[in-house]
Design a protein around this ligand. Sequence first.
Ligand SMILES: [Zn+2]
Length: 82
Amino acid sequence: MLPKIALTIIIITIVVILFRKSGSLKKFQKSSGDDNAVEMKKDPVCGLYVEDTTSHKVKLDEEVYSFCSKKCRDEFIALKKK
Ligand SMILES: [Zn+2]
Protein backbone atom coordinates (compact mmCIF):
# COMPACT_ATOMS: atom_id res chain seq x y z
CA MET A 1 0.00 0.00 0.00
CA LEU A 2 1.21 3.50 -0.87
CA PRO A 3 2.15 5.78 2.00
CA LYS A 4 -0.33 8.65 2.49
CA ILE A 5 2.31 11.26 1.62
CA ALA A 6 2.90 9.69 -1.84
CA LEU A 7 -0.83 9.69 -2.56
CA THR A 8 -1.09 13.34 -1.47
CA ILE A 9 1.79 14.31 -3.83
CA ILE A 10 0.11 12.52 -6.76
CA ILE A 11 -3.20 14.31 -6.11
CA ILE A 12 -1.46 17.72 -5.83
CA THR A 13 0.43 17.05 -9.11
CA ILE A 14 -2.82 16.22 -10.95
CA VAL A 15 -4.54 19.34 -9.56
CA VAL A 16 -1.56 21.55 -10.57
CA ILE A 17 -1.54 20.10 -14.13
CA LEU A 18 -5.29 20.65 -14.53
CA PHE A 19 -5.04 24.18 -13.12
CA ARG A 20 -2.18 25.09 -15.46
CA LYS A 21 -4.06 23.76 -18.49
CA SER A 22 -7.19 25.78 -17.77
CA GLY A 23 -5.09 28.84 -16.84
CA SER A 24 -3.10 28.81 -20.09
CA LEU A 25 -6.28 28.37 -22.10
CA LYS A 26 -7.85 31.43 -20.48
CA LYS A 27 -4.66 33.42 -21.12
CA PHE A 28 -4.72 32.41 -24.80
CA GLN A 29 -8.37 33.40 -25.22
CA LYS A 30 -7.72 36.74 -23.55
CA SER A 31 -4.70 37.57 -25.73
CA SER A 32 -6.51 36.67 -28.97
CA GLY A 33 -9.40 38.90 -27.85
CA ASP A 34 -7.02 41.79 -27.29
CA ASP A 35 -5.66 41.45 -30.83
CA ASN A 36 -9.15 41.98 -32.22
CA ALA A 37 -9.67 45.01 -29.99
CA VAL A 38 -6.69 47.00 -31.32
CA GLU A 39 -7.85 47.70 -34.85
CA MET A 40 -6.10 50.70 -36.36
CA LYS A 41 -7.92 53.28 -38.44
CA LYS A 42 -6.34 55.99 -40.55
CA ASP A 43 -7.09 59.58 -39.71
CA PRO A 44 -8.22 61.00 -43.12
CA VAL A 45 -7.11 64.53 -42.14
CA CYS A 46 -3.51 64.16 -40.92
CA GLY A 47 -2.85 60.54 -41.99
CA LEU A 48 -2.04 59.25 -38.52
CA TYR A 49 -3.08 55.75 -37.49
CA VAL A 50 -5.39 55.80 -34.50
CA GLU A 51 -6.89 53.00 -32.39
CA ASP A 52 -10.47 52.14 -33.31
CA THR A 53 -11.39 52.71 -29.65
CA THR A 54 -10.90 56.47 -30.03
CA SER A 55 -13.76 58.75 -28.96
CA HIS A 56 -13.06 61.07 -31.91
CA LYS A 57 -15.30 59.49 -34.50
CA VAL A 58 -17.83 60.62 -37.04
CA LYS A 59 -20.29 58.62 -39.13
CA LEU A 60 -20.73 59.88 -42.66
CA ASP A 61 -22.37 58.16 -45.66
CA GLU A 62 -22.64 54.85 -43.74
CA GLU A 63 -18.90 54.93 -43.03
CA VAL A 64 -17.29 55.58 -39.65
CA TYR A 65 -14.16 57.75 -39.65
CA SER A 66 -11.72 57.81 -36.74
CA PHE A 67 -9.54 60.78 -35.80
CA CYS A 68 -6.52 61.43 -33.58
CA SER A 69 -8.11 64.52 -32.04
CA LYS A 70 -11.21 66.68 -31.89
CA LYS A 71 -9.35 69.23 -34.08
CA CYS A 72 -8.97 66.73 -36.94
CA ARG A 73 -12.58 65.59 -36.58
CA ASP A 74 -13.88 69.18 -36.74
CA GLU A 75 -11.65 69.89 -39.75
CA PHE A 76 -13.02 66.83 -41.54
CA ILE A 77 -16.64 67.82 -40.84
CA ALA A 78 -15.91 71.38 -42.07
CA LEU A 79 -14.37 70.02 -45.30
CA LYS A 80 -17.34 67.72 -45.95
CA LYS A 81 -19.86 70.50 -45.42
CA LYS A 82 -18.38 72.61 -48.22
ZN1 LIG B 1 -5.27 63.77 -36.96
